[in-house]
Design a protein around this ligand. Structure first.
Ligand code: AQP
Length: 334
């Protein structure tokens, strides 16, 4: 708790332009929850270097992401929006937690298996211990809730295990966080292969919709989306492509699956895909416009980055000092 509010923590990697998967699975929920909680939203640039990044591009993406947070509706005066690399306590706590995490636990993580298969030439230790840094992120802020997409649920369960293990040795140090999953958009799938999640690093740009895609591009990509040889707009396990589009449409319009099935009864996929494209564009266009305005205001964004880094450091250091004391690190005599 901070004051009388519970704490919410989440982050996105600064690895490129966000997709509607990142938006509907994570960011949009943050915006819906931020009035109720004390919120910390990081730009996870330390996580990003588990995969090789071009330094200038990483810097650029980090700034774009923070700007996008604001454009999407997070008020930087009320929510702490900051760069992970500006808060050294993340890396320091991650080191300590590494010593309370087992190799066996980390080797079971599906993201590690997927990413090491995808980047065979660079299966580095950071990729392996990524979930420990994520645990440190969350536990540093004593978060009660972590709104993420379903793909991150396994990492959150590990975070809870690490926190409980630590607390069982040292007493009540960490708040045990709970995952917050939205009602819709928990796992948006690739438009080209609905068995895979939509990912910003997919080689095929038709597989994802970027938050910065213009309306024509969005509609074109939905027109090309893989469906099936049937023509019925129906939510079903044997219709993964159509079900994914229904989920996206439901997330953007607030309509239920039943309402959507009824709306497109007897209409075929053409009309449906067009409607999904338009609904997505309607959600993204105002965000894109705000983003364009904010990007012009360099001093404003710089001020946010500076002030919020101070706030994040203050809260993160409080937890870090407590942990250091518990494990037996002496205090620096000043
Ligand atoms: N397809 C998705 N559906 C729902 N939620 C998703 N998220 C990601 N993809 C989907 C959620 O977005 C948040 C931030 O994710 P991230 O960028 O930190 O890492 P990621 O999960 O690795 O996202 P990507 O797009 O797949 O990135 P790359 O391609 O760089 O690896 C998380 O809350 C995640 O659940």
């Amino acid at each position: 708790m901070i004051g009388d509010k519970k704490v919410l923590y989440s982050a996105v990697q600064a690895t490129g332009n966000l997709t509607i998967g990142n938006y509907l699975g994570a960011l949009r929920n943050w915006v819906n929850l931020c009035d109720e909680y004390e919120c910390f939203f990081a730009v996870a640039n330390e996580h990003s270097i588990t995969v090789r990044q071009e330094p200038a591009a990483l810097r650029k993406h980090a700034r774009e992401l923070l700007t996008l947070y604001i454009a999407a509706g997070l008020d930087p005066e009320k929510n702490c929006l900051y760069y992970q690399s500006h808060v050294p306590a993340h890396a320091e706590l991650a080191w300590i937690l590494n010593c309370y995490t087992y190799m066996g636990e980390l080797s079971r993580m599906t993201q590690f298996k997927d990413k090491s298969a995808k980047h065979e030439d660079n299966v580095n230790a950071g990729l392996f211990t990524y979930p420990v840094l994520m645990a440190a992120d969350i536990l540093l802020f004593q978060a009660d809730y972590v709104p993420v997409g379903v793909d991150q649920k396994q990492h959150l369960e590990l975070t809870r295990d690490i926190a409980m293990r630590f607390n069982s040795i040292y007493g009540d140090v960490f708040t045990i966080p709970e995952v917050y999953l939205g009602k819709t958009g928990r796992k948006i799938m690739s438009l080209q292969d609905p068995s895979k999640k939509m990912s910003k690093s997919d080689e095929n740009p038709n597989a994802y919709i970027l938050m910065m895609d213009d309306k024509d591009t969005i509609i074109r990509k939905f027109k090309r989306a893989i469906t099936d040889s049937d023509t019925q707009v129906r939510y079903s396990d044997d219709k993964p492509g159509v079900s994914n589009l229904i989920d996206i449409y439901a997330s953007c319009t607030g309509k239920s699956t039943e309402e959507i099935e009824k709306e497109f009864e007897g209409q075929g996929y053409g009309q449906f895909k067009l409607a999904v494209g338009e609904a997505v564009a309607d959600v993204l266009t105002p965000i894109q416009e705000r983003y364009a305005d904010l990007s012009k205001n360099k001093d404003y964004i710089d001020g946010i980055i500076k002030n919020n880094a101070e706030k994040a450091n203050y809260f993160a250091n409080k937890t870090l000092r407590k942990v250091q004391k518990k494990v037996g690190f002496p205090e620096l005599i000043r």
